[in-house]
Design a protein around this ligand. Structure first.
Ligand SMILES: [Zn+2]
Length: 385
């Protein structure tokens, strides 16, 4: 039985208003997130929170902002933090989605880009803050807003390196249908370039085919991937580290022995498994191929290496959100900032209204009842001693 009753009509109107306003502000990762930060700052300032903006320039030179805020009468300089609520401020791009920035309500759902990923959670946080009396907060509460989650948790990584977010407990906002998600797989990506030697295809013996070489390497990686099923974590389905080769490019013309072939290798490690396991195995395979063909040459470039996370089933945060929502803990099949936060926090959960299966699409929406429940749950966590 959930401990959170329905909110009054005022709070419901507030969360719908915040979410609708946030959806109207364009915020794909390619542009500055300052307008979303400014919107949140307005609410925080009105509620007498203090905040600090931490800026950085992204790879394209666009200025991005992370923000840390503390309730009235709490110092931002005090770390470790007891309980942080973390929310990213960017969305995926929405070209070809005509109503993306025009929120509307239909059959109990609020629709629009970011409705569940993850402006819904942000609207709930801002409402919980608006609805709270000033002196009610537990010590060490923080609101943390990040940039560039959708392009590889770049903002969160900047934030960690600032040293300002060592925390006991962190709630990372992502749509989990209000289940506390206490575990998630990691996300890793590498680019592998196999080199050959070009030649006229009428004389293939004069060259070395990069595509034939890549095929041998890929076949060996596929065979290796079957062994990954041996190490299991029952919280996931599939319950082991998965691996995928999602793209491949090679060669320049049908009558040229190809000189280069490049492919992307993605893997999602179960919590507790080092993100190095796959690259180490692939390098071993490459060694074996080189022992047969000494001129075999290949580069492995790591693009992302994010481990999984897992908080104990009996941890305080998991237990309290289970009690507040009446929903059992679960795991998430998608990547999130929780993996990064787990390196500086004792307990991390992912939590938020809506279902990720509608996100990143024109079907994106969030149930109004879940917004209502989430506000109550967040407000209770911020204030319950
Ligand atoms: Zn998200």
């Amino acid at each position: 039985m959930a401990e959170c009753p329905d909110l009054g009509l005022d709070a419901m109107n507030t969360v719908v208003e915040h979410l609708s306003n946030l959806i109207c502000i364009p915020s794909p990762s390619s542009i500055s997130n300052q307008p979303i930060i400014d919107y949140a700052l307005q609410v925080l300032n009105d509620a007498q929170w203090t905040s600090r903006e931490l800026t950085y320039n992204d790879a394209a030179g666009v200025e991005k902002v992370n923000l840390i805020a503390a309730p009235p009468n709490q110092s931002l300089d005090n770390v470790p933090i007891d309980l942080a609520f973390l929310c990213h401020t960017d969305t995926v791009p929405y070209t070809g989605w005509p109503m993306a920035l025009e929120p509307f309500i239909s059959e109990g759902m609020l629709h629009g880009c970011g409705a569940c990923d993850v402006k819904g959670f942000l609207a709930c946080l801002l409402t919980a803050i608006t609805e709270n009396s000033l002196s009610n907060y537990i010590d060490g509460v923080r609101l943390i807003l990040t940039a560039d989650e959708e392009i590889g948790c770049v903002g969160a990584a900047h934030l960690i390196s600032s040293g300002l977010v060592r925390a006991k407990r962190v709630v990372v906002g992502e749509p989990t249908s209000l289940h506390p998600a206490r575990a998630g797989k990691g996300y890793c990506l590498a680019e592998i370039t196999v080199f050959g030697e070009e030649a006229h295809s009428a004389h293939p013996q004069k060259g070395k085919s990069a595509i034939f070489r890549a095929a041998r390497l890929i076949t060996a990686i596929e065979k290796y991937s079957l062994a990954l099923a041996e190490e299991q974590n029952p919280l996931f389905s599939p319950n082991f580290t998965t691996l995928n080769i999602g793209t491949i490019q090679g060669g320049t013309a049908k009558n040229i022995v190809p000189g280069q072939c490049k492919f992307q290798l993605e893997w999602r490690p179960i919590p507790g498994q080092s993100a190095d396991v796959i690259p180490v195995a692939v390098l071993k395979i490459i060694d074996t191929l080189q022992s047969v063909d000494p001129s075999f040459r290949c580069d492995l470039k790591i693009i992302r290496q994010q481990t999984g996370f897992e908080s104990a089933a009996k941890s305080q945060l998991v237990r309290s959100v289970e009690a507040l929502t009446g929903r059992p803990a679960t795991s998430i099949p998608f990547g999130s900032e929780a993996s990064i936060l787990a390196s500086v926090a004792e307990e991390v959960i992912v939590f938020g209204p809506g279902d990720m299966r509608t996100a990143h699409s024109s079907r994106e929406c969030v149930p109004l009842t879940e917004l209502d429940e989430a506000v109550c749950c967040l407000r209770t966590l911020m204030t319950k001693r």
